[in-house]
Write a protein that binds this ligand. Structure first.
Ligand SMILES: Cc1cc2nc3c(=O)[nH]c(=O)nc-3n(C[C@H](O)[C@H](O)[C@H](O)COP(=O)(O)OP(=O)(O)OC[C@H]3O[C@@H](n4cnc5c(N)ncnc54)[C@H](O)[C@@H]3O)c2cc1C
Length: 413
């Protein structure tokens, strides 16, 4: 029997977790990634309980999460600009819902997912990863993608996991939706905790960078979201700024790897006390990106292609759900293709892909909307009325795409 050929475009969190979920007998999986996967981005990433349960339990990757130096987040702490703790919300999702919120250095988590996808020890053939393989075109009905150099790669199933600026999405939708500026930009910093202890002791006397908490501070509509990574060895900061308060070049920073300017950042955060802003001077690099998201798309699949992850539903990082929703998509692929080891006809494939869309769409669209609203000022009019505790419950009750779709009402696109 010829193998069921699966081509995944994009070797990010969505791409590699889809590869993990889809490994199985008689399946030949190839990941095409445009980069060389060798650049370390100084950023933390979190798995919310809905995703950590899938990774640990459905895929059995507990050991890999440990190897990625997971930190179990014990709760949220809100400080005022004097460094006084004004609110503390403990996270008890493990006891209430059976899974933790986990924080990682992005590189460590990504490396472990890649390792699991390519490991000879899991079911099915190890996944083939082709780096420096940029896809420039796609024909959904033929099941082909074309690489920059002209090579055409054929798949029985093509998964577009190529991120917010997806090149494949327009071939699925037959129109080009643009990621929307959200009115916010974010700086991203990562500093060794030891450097903070030596160079900015005043900060550490108020906020211990090694403690497993997510800390927040707000002033002048600017928001700092901070937390530890690598077992407390590094401290990550995301600094959210409304675009109109931003002193950098508007519109220029759209990539995950754009550099910010420290002096301009200090100007923007001039309302923050020096015991905080002195921290900014110690980050080896200063990432800056304009936050964009997508309105829910009309469809996710066409012919032999389905979009997943940020390509299908890029969202703001305010709920830390970007990677977790990509993982839910990957689980859905695994569940709906379970037991299929022969390449399906295009009709049979369409039916499976539509079932995945139906199972995932309403839930992801709500999380997208909630993430968007959370970036608005507290007084702004909200269209999603879930309270934070209700939202947490909504996340944590998730038990996989099939169980979820059995409980939900189908959507009409
Ligand atoms: C470098 C980086 C830093 C990030 N930092 C943060 C952060 O600090 N906070 C946050 O909330 N979210 C961040 N994200 C987004 C977050 O990781 C995603 O929401 C989530 O992981 C879902 O990812 P994804 O795999 O769908 O997309 P992505 O993580 O964007 O991965 C897409 C992958 O596809 C590859 N690719 C793109 N186009 C092509 C092509 N034409 N051909 C072949 N390969 C292609 C890209 O190189 C990338 O590896 C970041 C993403 C990246 C790539």
């Amino acid at each position: 029997m010829p193998p069921f050929r699966i081509v995944i475009v994009g070797g990010g969190i969505a791409g590699f977790t889809a590869a993990i979920a889809l490994r199985g007998p008689n399946r030949q999986i190839t990941v095409l990634e445009q980069s060389r996967l060798n650049k370390e981005i100084g950023a933390l990433i979190s798995l919310q309980p809905n995703a950590s349960r899938i990774v640990e339990t459905t895929w059995g990757l507990k050991k890999e999460l440990k190897a990625a130096q997971e930190i179990v987040d014990e709760g949220f702490r809100v400080y005022n600009t004097d460094g006084v703790l004004v609110n503390s919300v403990p996270l008890k999702t493990k006891t209430e819902f059976g899974a933790d919120r986990l924080c990682f250095h992005r590189r460590d988590l990504h490396d472990q997912f890649k390792k699991a996808a390519t490991s000879p020890d899991r079911e099915g053939e190890p996944v083939t990863v082709r780096v420096a393989s940029r896809v420039v075109d796609c024909s959904p009905l033929d099941g082909t993608v074309t690489l920059e150099g002209g090579e055409v790669v054929t798949g029985d199933l093509i998964i577009a996991a190529d991120g917010i600026h997806s090149v494949i999405r327009k071939h699925v939708l037959q129109e080009e939706p643009s990621p929307l500026p959200t009115g916010h930009s974010a700086y991203r910093l990562m500093i060794p905790s030891e450097t903070l202890e030596n160079e900015v002791p005043e900060f550490c006397s108020k906020i211990n960078p090694r403690e497993p908490f997510t800390s927040m501070m707000v002033a002048q509509n600017c928001r700092l979201i901070m937390g530890p990574g690598r077992q407390g060895e590094v401290y990550g900061i995301t600094a959210l700024v409304p675009d109109e308060q931003m002193n950098e070049d508007p519109g220029a920073k759209q990539s995950w790897v754009s550099e910010g300017d420290l002096n301009k950042m200090l100007q923007t955060f001039s309302e923050f006390p020096t015991w905080v802003t002195n921290v900014f001077k110690h980050s080896a690099d200063l990432g800056l990106w304009q936050l964009r998201d997508l309105d829910p798309l009309k469809k996710w699949h066409r012919g032999r292609v389905i979009t997943i992850g940020d390509a299908a539903h890029a969202m703001l990082p305010t709920q830390g759900q970007g990677a977790s929703q990509a993982i839910e998509d990957a689980e859905a692929l695994g569940a709906f293709f379970e037991g299929i080891s022969e390449a399906p006809s295009v009709e049979a494939l369409s039916e499976i892909l539509e079932n995945i869309f139906q199972a995932r769409y309403a839930r992801v669209s709500l999380i997208q909307a909630y993430s968007r609203e959370a970036a608005k000022p507290a007084a702004a009019k909200k269209t999603v009325t879930l309270r934070p505790d209700e939202f947490m419950k909504f996340n944590c009750m998730y038990r996989g795409a099939k169980a979820w779709s059995n409980e939900q009402i189908p959507v009409s696109a």
